[in-house]
Design a protein around this ligand. Sequence first.
Ligand code: GLN
Ligand code: ZN
Length: 541
Amino acid sequence: MILFTKLYDRILSEKGKSRVLLQTYFGDIRDCYSKVIAMPFDGIGLDFVEGQKTLEIVKNFGFFEDKTLFAGIVNGKNIWRNNYSNTVNLIRELGKYWKSVVLSTSCSLLHVPFTLKNESNLSDAYKKHLAFAEEKLTELSELKRILSNSDPESTTEYRENEKLFNELRNCGNANVQAALSALSQDDFIRHPDFEEREKIQKAEFNLPLLPTTTIGSFPQTADVKANRSNYKKGKISFEQYVAFNKGKISEWIALQEKIGLDVLVHGEFERNDMVEYFGENLDGFLFTEKAWVQSYGTRCVKPPIVWGDISRSKPMTIDYSVYAQSLTSKYVKGMLTGPVTILNWSFPREDISLKDCAFQIALAIRDEVLDLEASGIKVIQIDEAALREKLPLRKSDWHSEYLDWAIPAFRLVHSGVKPETQIHTHMCYSEFADIIKDIDDMDADVITFEAARSDLSIVKTLKECGFKTEVGPGVYDIHSPRIPSVSEIKEALLKMLDEIPKEKLWVNPDCGLKTRGNEETIPSLENLVIAAKEIRKSLSV
Ligand code: GLN
Ligand code: ZN
């Protein structure tokens, strides 16, 4: 706040005739509000959607005649229609504290898709509940018209909106709700505890020291993508589509055996995206055709929409996993995406809590885990690539608002498996020093994560906090086409072994290989296996 005051005092002292609006978003500004409001800003933008305390702090500070409030009342991050009745009441309330109020979105519209206009596959029954960027602007102008009427509740727009929100949205599933309310503490605890399981699994799997594995996907080469798109366009039959994928699986199982990896994967050739694939196979999601949003840089994603209660009506990954396992005597990992990542990379519902929604997804993925186990899959990886993404801005809210349900959601997915079934998880980053206890609390047996680009600093932290979970910090960066040499992989492993007991260390790349080509993937994995074998030898002397 000292820096803020210093900077803005200077900006405001030189504003001359210009008017300055301070725009805030992604939450309330709590403790800073009293200072900000005392400064000569002409307007202040506050977020009334994510800012849980915004209204309360506004109420505490009296009336402002000379400043304008830019009230963020239309959600800039989610895709649901605005509830006009709530908004009209809120604006009336705000009128008691601010003479001049501007209606605004809660943040920039970068986070929502452009327009609903081109979504021809979605029926109106769904679309009427949605508002993308263009529709949000319409909402703002409708709200303006409504609020400038002496009797807002009598306007057509208001009444139509009220009708929409009074309508039953037909999104509930009684079985899911019953399963959710039947959950007890024990459903979140895996038995026996980690140490016991680790012993059982060491005996069961009999893997070498420093077991080698990959994160799941293999290169999505042009033929893999063509197979998926031909099937989607109806150019090939389901049988042809599956036969191609099985061919790829068998090719890559043979390759992995030849390279000498210890724990294999099927390669994820059937998946477009790790969230979209599960969204499409679960009940309760809606899919758009053109609703892209920026993920980072030029990379865009098309997040599924959580429409209703989530359930699994059929197995989603069993066939390919069982097929892959049938081709080899080595262990093949079953490969799933975890509930927190599925939720964080979708547009969530607003009529139930994120916690309830995460638990619903967890129950659905749990069924898949149990089916994989029953089908003979002994190692199951549940990816939580996006676990860290929705940590609240304020550290003080991390547990109460997020981790206290996100970690249990993950535990719910795997708590039902046998002690000798090994649960892996994967995260795309290693900046988790500040939530390291929570990561350990996920109670997975093995976690793999990105470490190649962050100079292994996390490894020290793991030791300091007595991290129990076995770990596979990525030994090379898959985001670059560079082929890592045997000696540099060995060097990375030796550094890791300074801090991590050899019984707990796994050897793997730092993420899935789907964006790489075969020409760099195969030699990189060959080097990885040679490096692991050489270090292994030196450890056993
Ligand atoms: N299993 C996934 C893959 O290998 C994980 C992807 C990710 O971490 N983003 O592609
Ligand atoms: Zn990753």
